[in-house]
Design a protein around this ligand. Structure first.
Ligand code: R5P
Length: 291
């Protein structure tokens, strides 16, 4: 097998290749002035290739994945595995208004047609429980980074309270808390718009405690910022954040830090300065276990 890495995910793909003991080559990408993409693959591809790319800022990347997978098929590649630690378009799983595209289904179908296997980490599945309900192939594999995050927290804290900022985060915060024996609490959140959220904390004594907010992603940062503000107002001594997918759009990071978060840590599912929890071994083990 051969790992093919897109330039924006190259450092992570190199670690993954090392953990798997597999060769890696880079996809050549050029963006024309009008925004179109030129893509070139190595020639003489083996029967099985693993394409590595996280799908944050996804629109151009999806077109490039289409070009990549079809070009590989034309070269005779039999099996194409996509390793996309961050999977896009997973949140829109229903039409909230008549006429709205259910993008989870549409993008899921597109990925199912292009790839034999799709491996991702903690996808944001809301009303469905299995990834192959969104990507209809047998090998739609959803991993979790909760063990990696738990081990990271144990290296940094003797004790801390974990906070999930909304009901969806409970699955991750509860799993991490159980693994490392920390207490946790889950807040309630109502989203009114892209940058408007209303969070209310549960009845929990945060006074003089170090609190780590755990979430699967930070996009505008409003969730983390508001949760941090409420925790500090409730007497928390220090507030930190650990997130799986550091999307950090526009002023998100500034917003979070201004709200009083001492430090943000994240996994390397997406390249970012906070990305210090590496997923290479988790991904390599999944290839060994499932493929
Ligand atoms: C949503 O439920 C997710 O788990 C995150 O809480 C959310 O996407 C964060 O978004 P933002 O950073 O824009 O508040």
């Amino acid at each position: 097998m051969l790992i093919l890495a897109f330039p924006d995910y190259l450092p992570q793909a190199k670690r993954f290749a090392l953990a798997l003991g597999a060769p890696l080559q880079e996809v050549y990408l050029h963006q024309f002035p009008d925004g179109e993409s030129l893509l070139r693959l190595p020639i003489d591809l083996p029967e099985h290739i693993i394409i590595c790319r996280s799908l944050n800022q996804p629109n151009d990347k999806l077109i490039e994945l289409l070009l990549c997978a079809q070009t590989a098929r034309q070269q005779g590649v039999q099996r194409i595995t996509l390793v996309a630690p961050y999977l896009c378009y997973m949140r829109q799983d229903i039409a909230n208004q008549p006429g709205e595209a259910v993008s989870q289904r549409i993008i899921g179908q597109m990925l199912a047609e292009l790839f034999d296997d799709v491996i991702t980490v903690d996808p944001h599945l809301h009303r469905i429980s299995r990834l192959n309900q969104a990507i209809p192939i047998d090998n739609a594999i959803s991993l979790t980074a909760t063990d990696e995050i738990g081990l990271f927290l144990l290296q940094h804290f003797k004790h801390a309270v974990l906070l999930g900022p909304d009901s969806e985060s409970e699955q991750w915060v509860a799993a991490i808390a159980k693994k490392i024996g920390f207490e946790y609490s889950v807040a309630k959140k109502v989203r009114q718009g892209d940058t408007q959220v209303s969070i209310s904390l549960a009845d929990f004594d945060f006074r003089n405690k170090a609190v780590v907010i755990i979430d699967d992603m930070a996009s505008t940062g409003r969730t983390l910022a508001q949760a941090a503000g409420l925790l500090l107002a409730a007497g928390a001594q220090r507030v930190y954040a650990v997130i799986t997918h550091p999307l950090f759009c526009d002023d998100a990071e500034t917003h979070i830090m201004q709200a009083g978060v001492q430090q943000i840590w994240s996994t390397d599912s997406i390249s970012h300065t906070s990305a210090c929890i590496h997923l290479d071994k988790l991904l390599a083990q999944a290839i060994k276990d499932f493929l």
